[in-house]
Ligand binder design. Structure first.
Ligand SMILES: *Cc1c(COP(=O)(O)O)cnc(C)c1O
Length: 374
């Protein structure tokens, strides 16, 4: 099978690491979520360059698989998605910058309007240019208050709104923890608010709520992280297929004596004579420095020659060291798997005190990218 390569990524031999993105796994994750969402429509959130996976490739694959609605954060991302999905409805989650209404309408992008100021700005565009209305139900980030939503609903009912809302939505703060009491409160508030707009399709669910299905679905679900193989839930088995594989090249194998230290700051002292593999990847590639190792804390791991090997010492800008003493013969030019072979984004995230989302969105630009076709 031939895999296609993004024209913007450097050639394989000139990079330290290969990033393989499995578009088939993304499509399969979307289909799985679309089944959970049914009979509601399943959209795809492709903000932040499709969580680091490449917005045009991902939007293209999902559009071919039947996705009709996409969410991005910014208008320029919306234009990128538009190239890959010419007929899709594309919503811009971060809304409308001052003065941006005419251009966004010309690009057929639909802002998610989350303040009265944005609502007024968009009302110059008329009924030909729909937009979403975002109501806050407990996140306290974006969105109208319930009182403001009432004002907008009155204008809508009396034909004075100046545009036609195509979606009424809110966002959950704690869906990854199904037991959290804020979920039920937000559902209740959303039901009350959406009753103000009975004719407008409604949307509440992110990945975790889409996976739960049931009452969370409304008319449209908006999964993001689960499409890219992230676990929608904290602390339980991951139902999604892994999407990214990250392999870094071994550029040197060296022996070090017991009692030697490894890396900047000499934070880790070897307790035995050790074989070290030096990998051509570092924090400048978006691999988190916090995932490194020290005498006080074991860091993340790599799979080399089928064996799990621990990182040793701090992660440098362009390099990191792995202890291969217990692995079968490793040679210069071999590849070490940092994501894949059972290491998922959530595992790396746990070592770096962050979440799988950030592991994905920080995936570096220096990798040679390979796309497995859908
Ligand atoms: C990012 C985002 C989503 C997707 O959330 P996931 O947790 O990645 O599924 C959905 N809705 C809004 C408003 C978002 O900002």
């Amino acid at each position: 099978m031939t895999f296609s390569t993004s024209i913007t990524s450097p050639p394989a031999l000139e990079t330290g690491a290969l990033l393989t993105i499995d578009l088939g796994a993304i499509v399969s994750n979307w289909r799985h979520l679309a089944e959970r969402a049914s009979p509601a429509e399943c959209a795809a959130v492709v903000k932040a360059n499709a969580y680091g996976c490449g917005i045009t490739r991902v939007a293209g694959a999902l559009s071919a698989a039947g996705a009709k609605t996409f969410f991005v954060a910014h208008a320029f991302e919306g234009r990128e998605a538009r190239q890959a999905a010419p007929d899709a409805a594309i919503y811009v989650l971060n809304g409308l910058p001052p003065g941006g209404a005419a251009e966004m309408a010309a690009d057929r992008l639909r802002p998610v309007l989350g303040s009265m100021a944005e609502i007024e700005d968009w009302s110059i565009n008329g009924d030909a240019h729909p937009a979403a209305i975002h109501v806050d139900t407990g996140m306290n980030r974006l969105g109208l208050s319930h009182e403001e939503a009432k004002v907008v609903a009155e204008r809508h009912a009396s034909g004075r709104l100046g545009f036609s809302p195509s979606l009424f939505m809110s966002h959950l703060a704690c869906a990854d923890d199904p037991e959290h009491p804020l979920n039920a409160l937000q559902l209740d508030r959303f039901r009350q608010a959406r009753a103000l707009f009975p004719q407008v399709p409604a949307s509440l669910a992110n990945s975790a709520a889409t996976h739960q299905g049931g009452d969370w679905r409304f008319d449209l679900c908006r999964p993001g992280i689960a499409l890219y193989g992230g676990n929608p839930y904290v602390g339980s088995a991951n139902p999604m297929r892994p999407v990214v594989r990250l392999e870094a090249r071994v550029i040197q194998v060296r022996e070090a004596a017991a009692g030697d230290t490894v890396g900047y700051g000499a934070t880790q002292r070897l307790t035995r004579r050790s074989q070290l593999a030096i990998l051509s990847i570092g924090y400048a590639d978006g691999y988190f420095r916090l995932a490194g190792s020290s005498d006080a804390k074991a860091g993340a791991e790599a799979v080399i020659a089928g064996k799990r090997c621990p990182l040793v010492g701090r992660i440098s800008m362009d390099l990191m060291a792995v202890d291969i003493t217990d692995a079968p013969a490793v040679r210069r030019g071999d590849m070490a798997v940092l994501l894949g072979e059972g290491i998922d984004v959530d595992e790396v995230a746990a070592h770096a005190q962050t979440i799988g989302y950030e592991v994905l969105t920080d995936l570096g630009r220096r990798y040679h990218r390979i796309y497995r076709p859908a």
